[in-house]
Design a protein around this ligand. Structure first.
Ligand SMILES: C[S@@+](CC[C@H](N)C(=O)[O-])C[C@H]1O[C@@H](n2cnc3c(N)ncnc32)[C@H](O)[C@@H]1O
Length: 231
């Protein structure tokens, strides 16, 4: 992962190309080409299904705003889930620590929630986002009341351990509509390039026989659900 986003963008109400300017300025780990691929997938999923989009791993909103822009264009919303305390590798002293994200009231903890809110405000997209602050499996369990097939796109970019990636897969993929898109970030077939947990859930999805490959842009992989809902 590479940490992006140090420049400040001060105007709001952005659409179209300006979305990518806010994206570039936001803190986060997704490079520009993968961001454009994610945006294209989200635009297609929102337009074809008309259903809300779902993101696991909000962080500071860098990827969220792309999903929000796609949701806005289709008259729907993105639901984004994060406990906002950071993944293992983002904690103090770890490889992807960012001292700007330290919680001023709780030493040793990080808090990305205020940064996320500012990113959305700068993009002018707050009204197209439903933010869920909590742990992914608990959020999925609490929001499961409508049954399967409620989301047009599920984007998995939360915790990168096998435990978290599998929990995200099992919690949320059953809620992806038939014909909807499953996007997974940090899929690295070569272990020398990165951790293997996202790669393993990407393979898990393909092994079900219920998904077809749609696109690959570096580590961002997009699959279409061709079979019935279910993990
Ligand atoms: C790699 S970052 C997400 C990056 C973001 N999608 C972007 O492109 O900028 C992973 C995020 O997942 C969150 N996370 C990790 N495990 C989680 C869990 N079990 N439940 C909720 N959020 C979790 C972390 O707090 C962190 O903000």
């Amino acid at each position: 992962m590479v940490q992006h986003g140090v420049t400040r963008v001060t105007t709001g109400g952005r659409v179209g190309e300006d979305i990518f300017a806010v994206f570039e300025a936001a803190k986060g780990f997704m490079p520009a080409d993968e961001g454009r691929a994610l945006h294209a997938a989200a635009v297609e999923a929102a337009a074809t299904t008309g259903l809300p989009l779902l993101e696991i791993g909000t962080y500071c909103g860098r990827s969220t705003l792309l999903l929000a822009d796609a949701a806005r264009a289709a008259g729907t919303v993105v639901v984004t889930v994060d406990h906002h305390r950071g993944s293992e590798e983002q904690q103090p002293g770890q490889e992807f620590e960012d001292e700007d994200l330290a919680d001023p009231e709780f030493p040793g903890r990080m808090d990305t929630l205020p940064h996320f809110r500012r990113t959305l405000a700068k993009a002018g997209l707050e009204e197209y986002v439903v933010a869920v602050v909590g742990r992914s499996p608990q959020a999925a369990s609490a929001l499961d009341g409508g049954g399967g097939g409620r989301f047009g796109l599920v984007f998995i970019d939360g915790g990168h351990t096998d435990e978290h990636a599998n929990a995200d897969y099992e919690s949320w993929v059953p809620q992806l509509a038939a014909g909807g898109l499953l996007a997974i970030h940090d899929v690295f077939p070569d272990p020398a390039e990165g951790g293997q947990a996202p790669y393993r859930i990407w393979r898990r999805a393909l092994a079900t026989g219920g998904f077809a490959e749609v696109s690959a842009c570096r580590s961002l992989r997009v699959l279409r659900r061709t079979g019935a809902t279910g993990a």
